[in-house]
Design a binder for this molecule. Sequence first.
Ligand code: BMP
Length: 211
Amino acid sequence: ESRLILALDVYDRERALEIAECTADYLWAIKVNWPLIIGSGLKIITELKQVTGLPIIADLKLADIPNTNRLIASKVFEAGADYIIAHGFVGRDSVEAVMELGKTIIVVEMSHPGAKEFIQPVTDKLIELANELEPFGVIAPATRPERVSYIRSRLERGIRILTPGVGAQGGKASDAIKAGADYVIVGRSIYGSNNPREAARRLYEEILEVV
Ligand code: BMP
């Protein structure tokens, strides 16, 4: 089974469907973020599922009060999302509101440089929260493999680690997997390539070599 997740951060519906179709053979799942939802509407989730048959991760990074998280998450799960990404720093009740509706992924540390300011100092608390709530998975930075190892060493075994930050942000897929990631999330290096299928295939092979 593939451990590659496509971050499909394009606005255009046609382009999204085209890239999804031509890379699907090498993917475990497709991650849909705000750019695609804003550009193409929530129905793109249903369409991507129909066209590829792959699980869809809705990367909403929900960070609101429990009631608002619930109002948003229920519509997005209804549209066919298999997983929703939520922020943990807003507190347990907000995360639980999402988890009651479907499979959830909690952000424990982000991949960009600015993550060092506010998220990284609370990563330990977010790992603790994840261990207590047992979500499907957590987000950790492929840009800092040593942090992925650290998070893996503290996280309950059954909780998956998903790592963005490969390629455009400087991380390497095989390094993230070697550090303990279960899945690698890649956007620009695939959809921005002249040959997205070939780019996805290369990443798929690179990951295979180290698992
Ligand atoms: P790219 O491979 O083009 O850098 O895209 C990474 C994707 O993962 C984007 O959708 C981004 O919003 C998301 N992401 C991230 O890069 N770092 C995080 O810590 C969390 C994310 O969801």
